[in-house]
Design a protein around this ligand. Sequence first.
Ligand code: AMO
Length: 404
Amino acid sequence: MHRIPVSDAVNQIDQNVRVSGYVHEFRNLGKIRFIILRDQSGTIQVVTRDKIDLNREDVIDVIGKVVRSNIAKAGVEIQAESIRVISRVKKKLPVDPSGIIPSDLDTRIKYRFLDLRKPEVMEIFKTKSDLINSYRQALLKREFIEIHPSLILGAASEGGAEVFQVEYFERKAYLAQSPQLYKQMVVIGGLERVFITLPIYRAEKHNTIYHLNEAMSLDVEMAHIDSHYDVIELLRDVVIEMIGNKIGLRNINVYSYEHVVELLNENNMKIELGDDFSKDHERKIYEILGEEMYFIEGFPTKIRAFYTMPKDDMYSRSFDLFFRGLEIASGAQRIHDVDMLENALLERNLRLEDFDFYLEAFRYGAPTHGGFGMGLERFVMQLLRLNNIREAVLFPRDRTRLLP
Ligand code: AMO
């Protein structure tokens, strides 16, 4: 007989079914024993006259008849014909899968395989799966194609020190901080609309509730744009398709960096034109605007990556997307002129020879282009109002954690 989920079994009155899962509760009333059996889909009561002895979280396989019951929660129970013990719990449970006894995050992550047995924890990863799939759908529908650039690179993609070095035979290589340079080269190659769903690696030393050392990045790059507003519009539509119905989001406003700096100063938060926002600034902006999601565009060129297209002497064609006060995505129109790009590298004291493989792509005709990168875990964290980004990762990689 094929095993079915307990959520299906509850509808099979008078049928014989086979279900498998964990012992959620076990009560021995002498002649009769009650088991609450739990699988991913839910719980069901099983009754048996067998002299079986079970403990919480033992795994069992049950064959029996579904009958109506006045005492069972779902109004039905399974009268067991046979119960096979697949595996018994051998140690004291370090995390309570029923969630009644809370555990701290460190313990939960160490015993993720037990933590995951809680429905609300499973729900986080279902949401994460839903988000990435709706992202994919939204882009496929708009004729983007998914690409898979390498994550092992010969040069750091975003510049800076936050890069993991790896041994690559006799040479040094780096884990990709972003697929940035590669998505640009692909678009220059003529694949005009691409997206990526791959991890990024950042050797950020600080331990915060919104930084990971390995995060999933949802990237886009598109050719033949007029400005960063084309990218903003796409990201706005994609995000509204992803979660608009969930949180009642119909539009996302765009504010300029200059305007936001003015608002901050009016609200007694000192900031100079040209400075990047601190975490305190970002919190204040959320408080002032009072909107769930907003774009801020036109950041000073000097605080953005070298490939960002300038607007004028001071500002750039760049933007960030904020969700409940936290930056969840960043993007821009890119420089497509190779001389300008070389100058931008030199201005940041980066060496042209390190980027020659990339600069070369701009010497054979490059369309205008732009795109964004969006952090999937930050998105999940803000959507579900999680306290720590690590909750949105099965096995997070942070400053101290490499196992499990
Ligand atoms: P940026 O560095 O802003 O932009 O990253 C884009 C988005 O990725 C997420 N993110 C992170 N999430 C968790 N932990 C981290 N350490 C981390 N680092 C980044 C954030 C962030 O908004 N190449 C550009 C994107 C582009 O212009 O296309 C880039 O990487 O949600």
